[in-house]
Design a protein around this ligand. Sequence first.
Ligand code: TLP
Length: 348
Amino acid sequence: MIDLRSDTVTLPTPAMREAIARAELGDDVYGEDPTVNRLEAMAAAMMGKEAALLVASGTMGNLAAILTHCGRGTRAIVGAESHTNLYEAGGASALGGVVLTPIRNQDNGELSLDELRRELAAPEDDHFARAGLVVIENTHNRCGGAPVAISHMTEVADLAHRKSLPVHLDGARIFNAALALEATPAEIAAPADTVSFCLSKGLACPIGSLLCGSREFVARARRTRKVLGGGMRQAGIIAAAGIVALTTMVDRLAEDHSHARALAQGLAIIAGINVRPVARRTNMVFFDVDGGAAAARRFEAAMRERGVLVAARDPGSFRAVTHYGISRADIDRAVAMAADAAAETFAS
Ligand code: TLP
């Protein structure tokens, strides 16, 4: 199978398996796992923050961030299309009593600054939940994997900070953003007070994300992580793969971006397939097929029969993600199979 559903399907590299087997371990709840401590120090340095905390997943990283920043009954202002708003099972509300206030995302992943200004201008009034946080996402998953300009992030942060509100960056794919924006991860994270990023997407680790921020914030987030049941013991097993990822898997993301460009170009010339344009493509291709939901179902099944998996999104639309383990030959094959599947879909 050529599995393009997500970069989360990546399997660990041989070097990761080797590092996992040899990892020096301790009890991380006591702060005594040397491999976790090494990974957290590396992550903090790469993000330009004082400290970092290893968590089980991107969802846990964002949740721990929101619960640490926000008190019960406060509002986190998030993009309507953001992962936090749509795909994190309402955790911040369910577990932290935090109200998510969605505001519009532009097609390029930026937040509507007008709506943000309006939200932030809400008067101190007992009717309203107090604002506690602004969340941004880069790269922006649902907005085509678009890298969001640092200048925009700075504008958002300036507006938030003027109201003494912190900013959290969901940087699940911050290394893809860095590559596309020709910037360092630290430059991208700089406008935000805290940032989470994932080891288990394009970097191919089996598990793990890091939440980074000031020493004081991370100490509080460590407590939140414990509350969430996320205090792990010999977590160096996870961290060992993370260290391999940060040292060997970042530069190769360029290959994924070039594969995504090739895939987008290949799909774009197939009749009945419409590729959603993005200004700077990272590792994702969003497309829809003519004929609505029924045609889309036929297309997806025809792709599956031909050994290619893509993720169904909104009715009639799909996402394909390139990643470690997908070669240029796989992309060429996926395009050929898509042409075939489209011909079958629209013939019937
Ligand atoms: N995204 C997954 C799905 O949940 C949609 C994917 O396949 O892309 N932030 C962003 C921007 C993400 O894309 C994801 C995962 C997360 C956070 C959550 O990470 P995990 O899956 O580790 O909890």
